[in-house]
Write a protein that binds this ligand. Structure first.
Ligand SMILES: CC(C)(COP(=O)(O)OP(=O)(O)OC[C@H]1O[C@@H](n2cnc3c(N)ncnc32)[C@H](O)[C@@H]1OP(=O)(O)O)[C@@H](O)C(=O)NCCC(=O)NCCS
Length: 148
């Protein structure tokens, strides 16, 4: 298994990999390729991909947002979880952010993503805001890791 920085030439593969990951948990149709493209169009997206035997098994997409390094997407294929891949992807994003002068990393996690919430707490992220708090599945937790 290797995790490397990538670019938008792998976006099609990322979207395909993420389809079953998000189909299972988010209760609605996962974003299409054109929705990914629309979201990152005005950004300078930073991609990390985890691969095993050249097959994509995990990925993140992040970009600058409000002076912070914002992790928009993180996904690890279901049969590859609990091996530290998600943690390593977060670590690489945090290192990238530090190296590139960001003072914090932020991300938004819907309540349904219990694994991600656990992982962020473990890595020292704190919740800065909750939108839609009354909604059990879709309340949106905004997390932040501030570098000291
Ligand atoms: C959230 C997600 C990315 C985590 O990925 P992951 O690769 O399973 O994450 P990790 O393996 O690093 O961490 C998960 C667990 O494995 C443990 N772990 C870490 N390294 C490990 C290792 N080398 N060996 C065994 N277990 C390990 C972690 O401690 C963690 O355990 P915990 O749940 O008891 O705290 C994954 O669950 C996922 O893709 N979920 C669906 C998509 C999603 O929710 N995305 C976020 C919302 S946008």
């Amino acid at each position: 298994m290797e995790i490397v920085q990538s670019n938008n030439t792998e976006l099609n593969e990322i979207v395909k990999t993420n389809y079953p990951i998000f189909k299972d948990i988010c209760g609605k149709e996962p974003y299409s390729l054109s929705q990914y493209n629309a979201r990152i169009k005005e950004k300078k997206p930073v991609f990390f991909v985890a691969k095993e035997n050249h097959k994509l098994i995990g990925n993140t997409i992040a970009f600058e947002d409000n002076n912070s390094f914002y992790i928009w997407i993180i996904g690890v294929s279901k049969n590859k979880r609990n091996k530290g891949i998600g943690s390593k992807l977060l670590e690489l994003n945090e290192n990238y952010a530090r190296k590139n002068g960001f003072e914090s990393v932020t991300t938004k996690v819907y309540n349904f993503s219990t694994e991600m919430k656990k992982l962020l707490k473990k890595r020292g992220y704190t919740i800065t805001r909750i939108d839609n708090a009354h909604n059990e599945l879709y309340s949106a937790n905004h997390y932040c890791l501030i570098f000291k």
